[in-house]
Design a protein around this ligand. Structure first.
Ligand code: MG
Length: 385
């Protein structure tokens, strides 16, 4: 299918970081950097297909990071960045693309306006590159580390990604310059004599290279999602026959079970409603009707994950979750750390942003009489300003 395709380059080893995990798979606000980059590309919109070039060793990491995103199957990249892009371009050939956009998997904060400027410029040039004019005075260092010269910065730009190109000439340029070890795609296009236009990128569109970059990206992301909202959730399930209850995703042995259409996890149900409430997206019953046989015995983690995905689909961030379980028995305290860990794992936020509390009602009311368990929850989220 013709149209514009996007390539996310994510095959690098990121050795400057040290440690086991390549930079594009490091966690940023609870999710892999690459996941942010892919979603940012998808939000930029209108692509006929998006493909990632990954390292074969990262297959498992990629599956985790990109599962459930509407992407083409990943391709295995090569030793050099240029090899990875070429591999992805060849994989796209059967689709006969009109144009292709290349983006670094380690640039998680891309915004649709930057993508739009690159795509718009493709109408009048062979290629277009997001870039920033150099604002600092530029020095050339001599061998001793002393300044050898002060350069004229007026015509200098720092190239970022995305970089977009007409597909045919760009593929030919890549094939012709294969193995040249060029550091970006514009350089490949320039060598082939293609006309490549500079368009304005964004300071926020930084490339994660160091721990400091990661911390800065997290600060930028939190600041970007400064429209804070809170949502409240409440749920009750009645005791029935059984030998355990599911609470906050943890199996807790008990002399009774909880009755419900799904696994009757009151904690996760209250949290799901709280998250839905924070974005005004209705309630759990609307999204997962009890009349639908698909949800019979369902694991409630699925409901909460869905609510959180709705927040993320709006470019939002989950900031904090707080749930209180109300019952006389079972005792919650011993299971609290496991519950916090489980909620953090389901929602992809740090355990320091999850709170699980428990209380009794001093023997009063239905929980006091041991007829069932109630839960209340508050979710705090940030939407883009
Ligand atoms: Mg319920």
């Amino acid at each position: 299918m013709p149209g514009t395709y996007a390539i996310a380059v994510a095959a690098g080893r990121g050795t400057r970081f040290g440690g086991e995990t390549p930079k594009q798979y490091r966690m940023l606000a609870g999710r892999p950097v690459l996941r942010h980059a892919l979603e940012a590309l998808l939000r930029g919109g209108g692509f006929a297909g998006v493909v990632a070039a990954i390292h074969p060793d990262d297959r498992g990491r990629y599956e985790q990071a990109a599962s459930d995103l509407p992407l083409l199957p990943p391709v295995h990249g090569g030793a050099q960045r240029q090899d990875s892009v070429l591999a992805a371009l060849e994989a796209l050939a059967p689709f006969e693309p009109d144009a292709v956009l290349v983006h670094d998997g380690a640039r998680p904060l891309l915004t649709p306006d930057v993508t739009g400027r690159v795509l718009a410029a493709l109408a009048v040039a062979d290629g277009a590159v997001a870039a920033l004019p150099v604002a600092d005075t530029v020095k050339r260092a001599g061998a001793s580390g002393d300044i050898a010269a002060t350069l004229d910065r007026s015509a200098l730009w720092r190239a970022q990604t995305p970089q977009g190109f007409r597909y045919g000439p760009f593929l030919a340029a890549h094939r012709h310059n294969s193995g040249a070890g060029l550091s970006d795609d514009a350089a490949v296009a320039e060598r082939a004599g293609l006309r490549v236009r500079l368009v304005l990128g964004s300071e926020e569109n930084l490339k994660i290279t160091t721990e400091e970059d990661l911390a800065r990206a997290e600060r930028l992301l939190l600041a970007r999602c400064g429209d804070l909202r809170s949502g409240f959730g409440f749920d009750v399930h009645r005791f029935g026959p059984g030998d355990h209850v599911m609470l906050c995703g943890v199996r807790v042995p008990h002399s009774q079970g909880l009755i419900g259409h799904s696994d009757a996890d009151v904690g996760l149900h209250a949290l799901t409603d709280a998250v839905l409430g924070a974005i005004g997206a209705g309630d759990i019953g609307q999204h997962f009707p009890p009349s639908d046989p698909r949800w019979r015995g369902a694991e409630s983690a699925h409901f909460l994950r869905h609510a959180v995905e709705l927040v993320r689909a709006r470019g939002g961030l989950l900031r904090h979750l707080d749930v209180t379980i109300v019952c006389e028995a079972p005792r919650i305290g011993p299971h609290r750390p496991a519950m916090v860990e489980r909620i953090a794992a389901i929602t992809g936020i740090g355990p320091d942003r999850v709170s699980v509390k428990a209380t009794t009602t001093e023997g009063l009311g239905f929980t006091g009489r041991g007829e069932g368990i109630a839960a209340q929850a508050v979710a705090t989220i940030g939407l883009p300003l």
